[in-house]
Design a protein around this ligand. Structure first.
Ligand code: SF4
Length: 64
């Protein structure tokens, strides 16, 4: 699976980093999400949790 992060929608809450810190980070300047890895294979359950917890629905999982 692949993760898509919408930085315009992101409000910098940081839930994604707490859920999967091998996939997500936060920009030092604006706090918005940064993708460390587009592929979710390293932590599928953590990424799924991040998608559910993100308060701005900025994260999307795709099957490709
Ligand atoms: S959980 Fe959502 S709003 Fe918070 S930093 Fe991650 S992508 Fe942005």
């Amino acid at each position: 699976m692949r993760i898509i992060a919408d930085r315009e929608a992101c409000i910098g809450a940081g839930q994604c980093v707490l859920s999967a810190d091998t996939v997500f980070d936060q920009d030092d300047d604006d706090g918005r999400v940064l993708l460390l890895n587009e592929r979710t294979d390293s932590d599928v359950s953590g990424v799924e949790q991040a998608v559910l917890l993100c308060p701005s629905q900025a994260l999307t999982l795709t099957d490709d």
